[in-house]
Design a protein around this ligand. Structure first.
Ligand code: IMP
Ligand code: MG
Length: 182
């Protein structure tokens, strides 16, 4: 059985997500925002973040998967696989984002390939403003020059699960962010 160790506790997450929501409320004071969550990893983060945003706020979701070979669960865990950035949209947003304040909500910024492609897709809608909120960031893994505007925690290059993040679809329901050691 793989071993789970808490890396970011539920208390740390709760405090930081509240701060991020307050910052967004301040930055967009008086304006509506639309949160666009990336399925499925961002759903738990989005639902907590949204409750700390004191603005006219709506949600949308986008689903993506990478073309080509998916990593096996073992490859993914051992860090031997990078996404290709060749992203296929499996579920498009439901509403037009033209002229809106769009905040793309993601679970983790890793190589940056997925978010670089998503940014390109969403900027094609001609939003009024575009920001990225990511709960986690692994800066040491970055291959593309992209940064989050709102980042919860920078973490080392370790495979993590919980609070929405999965390994082969499991562990998304853990309340803490944990490292998964094979
Ligand atoms: P990127 O294109 O390499 O930035 O890939 C980002 C995506 O890879 C995230 O949305 C996650 O779905 C997944 N990912 C990257 N690192 C981890 C991790 O440590 N645990 C679980 N999923 C991860
Ligand atoms: Mg995943």
């Amino acid at each position: 059985m793989p071993e789970l160790k808490i890396l970011v506790s539920r208390e740390q997450i709760a405090q930081r997500v509240a701060e991020m929501g307050a910052q967004i409320s301040k930055d967009f004071a008086g304006e509506p925002v639309i949160l666009v969550g990336v399925l499925k990893g961002a759903t738990i983060f989005l639902s907590d973040l949204a409750r700390h945003i004191d603005l006219d706020c709506t949600f949308d979701f986008i689903g993506v998967s990478s073309y080509g070979a998916r990593p096996t669960p073992d490859q993914e865990l051992l860090g031997g696989w990078d996404s290709t950035g060749d992203v296929r949209v499996t579920k498009d947003v439901d509403s037009s984002l033209a002229g809106k304040n769009v905040i793309l909500v993601e679970d983790i910024l890793d190589t940056g390939l997925t978010l670089t492609r998503l940014r390109q897709i969403l900027l094609g809608h001609k939003p009024k403003t575009f920001r990225i909120a990511s709960l986690l960031d692994k800066p040491s893994r970055r291959k593309m020059p992209i940064t989050g505007d709102y980042v919860g925690f920078a973490i080392p290059d370790e495979f993590v699960v919980g609070y929405g993040l999965d390994h082969a679809e499991r562990y998304r329901n853990l309340p803490d962010v944990c490292t998964l050691v094979p």
